[in-house]
Ligand binder design. Structure first.
Ligand code: DON
Length: 576
């Protein structure tokens, strides 16, 4: 008996020793390990989509080819966020070290004026007609235009456009097993999706829902993708699909017209670049706020010894919250679409500006947000989402975040197309000074204007080692919490020595200046950590909630690609 116990204890010890041997330098030993691939890796929130990306890479496609195929596959297999009716940002770096950013953010339709979501009593419209639900909530979708631009300029051209669309079309035609998480999620979307005929019929099966593992087919979406496979992305903006969108919009008081679709343009932007402790950070410029806020926070935090504080100490969370509070105040006032307003990018990214901002952080006390305004220094200068990352065998990386905004976007499916539309108009300051669905207060620079792109928080990011080689790339979903997830994952790798999976899984906080409250997650925060932070004057969101969900890929010392999808959500990386 005694011997049995001893053997069991020894076996336990061996297991523990093995786990600890794997443990990242200062992380917890029991996180899942990343997926390994000698040649290439795709990390997305749907394993089927990751596999489709790998198949494209094995057929000779590069990371851009794979990213397009993954993006289209997610529009089918992850309809709550993957899309062709939304928009986003694609950031890439090729093996020669050249970086490019593609902005395919939605544009406000021509009919969308500053007060389009405000009623005659100067109150924000709620429900149908608002910026969050129904036909008027959508901006002009950019996804296909963005993928088309990426294909024309940066794909391998060993594969044709149709080769990249076909896997998604077949997935829509033949269906896939409904994941458990989706059957659960849909229960809370019954009422919203149930308001719109095609959404009700397709996504919640007339209100009866789907059971786990049931095969879910989308014949209308398959037909739409078949047209796009044959005629290219222009079919969406000029062809039958465009006509169907414009007709359905007109029939339901929507704002998007055929002209709006014809005029949509994806744009190349110059990525913004900064450094953190000698590593290069390449990230997304406006109209996303993500890159600027990320770099501002990292610049402020560079002045503190986070490594010594430890990844989950109250002292570290305090500093992250204080830096975020200051950078989000800048976001509120100083950022918007650079084609419509001046964003003081260089001033905000300046290390001396960060030093000034940093010097106002009290190490022992939270600064109330009402005492913080957008930085004057910077002001003086002369302006449900999903993320996936691909690294190919040459070392080209594509890191892409795109979205419908809310889960299932505006909840509207355009009649006869299977296309769910975004509710991205809510990312504008529909009424400057009034919080949007994420509680973000935003200013005039982000007011609605025809043809303008709403300010985003999406933060696709690439990190290089001090010698200039690719180290890791990542991004997240979760509105403004995206930025917090990326900040803390970057710190977890650089300061705390974690691998990409541990860095993404580690508990995190979020502070967005207003409302003046810290988000913390339901697990991973001890009551004493919270008590220390409360003692410092931090206020907390009443109900703890997860802070975003991230996805990334890291290259290890031997060149192995390590893929990681956040343990907070579904999905899986696939490598070979
Ligand atoms: O662009 C943005 O910042 C938002 N539309 C992102 C929304 C989002 O991440 C929702 N995800 N869960």
């Amino acid at each position: 008996m005694l011997r049995h116990h001893l053997r069991a204890a020894l076996a336990g010890w061996t297991l523990a020793a093995l786990l600890f041997a794997y443990a990242p330098a200062s992380g917890r030993p029991f996180w899942p390990v990343p997926v390994r691939g000698k040649h290439a890796m795709v990390a997305s929130q749907q394993e089927i989509a990751s596999q489709i990306g790998i198949d494209i890479l094995k057929r000779g496609g590069n990371a851009v080819d794979a990213a397009i195929a993954v993006g289209l596959a997610l529009a089918v297999a992850y309809p709550q966020a993957g899309n062709i009716g939304g928009g986003g940002f694609m950031l890439m770096r090729n093996a020669k070290g050249e970086s490019h950013a593609i902005d395919y953010r939605e544009m406000a339709p021509k009919a969308a004026r500053r007060d389009v979501f405000v009623d005659s009593n100067k109150k924000l419209i709620q429900g149908e007609g608002s910026s969050t639900i129904g036909y008027r909530a959508s901006g002009v979708p950019g996804t296909l235009a963005g993928f088309d631009l990426a294909f024309r300029k940066y794909a391998s051209h060993k594969l044709k456009w149709a080769d990249l669309v076909r896997p998604a079309r077949l997935l829509a035609q033949n269906g896939y097993a409904q994941p458990y998480s989706v059957t659960q999620l849909l229960k809370s979307y019954d009422d919203k999706l149930g308001k719109y005929e095609d959404s009700k019929r397709i996504f919640i099966r007339g209100g009866n829902g789907y059971s786990e593992g049931e095969i879910f087919k989308q014949p209308e979406l398959a037909a739409t993708l078949a047209r796009i496979e044959k005629a290219g992305a222009k079919e969406f903006y000029n062809g039958r699909t465009a006509q169907l969108i414009a007709d359905d919009m007109k029939a339901h008081g929507g704002l998007i017209t055929l002209d709006d679709l014809k005029n949509y343009q994806a744009k190349e932007r110059t990525p913004i670049t900064g450094t953190y402790r000698g590593n290069t950070i390449i990230t997304m410029p406006p109209p996303s706020s993500g890159g600027i806020v990320l770099l501002e926070v990292l610049n402020m935090l560079e002045g503190f010894d986070l490594k010594t504080l430890g990844y989950n100490s109250a002292a570290k969370y305090h500093l992250v919250a204080e830096a975020e509070r200051r950078a989000f105040a800048d976001r509120a006032d100083l950022m918007g679409d650079p084609d419509f307003t001046t964003v003081p990018v260089q001033a905000l990214l300046d290390k001396t500006y960060a030093a000034t901002r940093r010097s106002s952080i009290n190490l022992k006390h939270a600064t109330p947000s009402k005492e913080i305004r957008a930085g004057q220094e910077a002001g003086r200068e002369s302006n449900d989402t999903t993320h996936f990352t691909v690294v190919d065998k040459e070392g080209m990386v594509v890191t892409n975040t795109y979205t419908l905004n809310d889960l299932y976007g505006s909840q509207v499916t355009i009649k006869g197309t299977g296309i769910l539309m975004n509710d991205e108009m809510d990312d504008f300051a529909a009424q400057p000074g009034t919080p949007n669905m994420f509680g973000l207060i935003q200013g005039e620079k982000n007011a609605v204007q025809p043809g303008k792109r709403p300010l985003s928080s999406m933060t696709p990011t690439i990190v290089l080692k001090p010698d200039g080689t690719l180290w890791f790339a990542l991004g997240a979903r979760g509105g403004p919490r995206i930025i917090s997830a990326v900040i803390q994952a970057v710190i977890n790798v650089i300061d705390h020595g974690m691998d990409i999976q541990a860095a993404i899984d580690a508990p995190r906080i979020h502070h967005q200046w207003m409302p003046d409250e810290m988000w913390y997650e339901p697990s991973g925060f001890s009551p004493d950590t919270i008590a220390v932070l409360a003692e410092m004057g931090h206020k907390f969101k009443k109900k703890p909630e997860n802070v975003a969900s991230a996805t990334g890929i890291m290259i290890d010392d031997k060149g192995v690609r390590l893929g990681a999808v956040d343990s907070r959500s579904d999905g899986r990386a696939v490598g070979y």
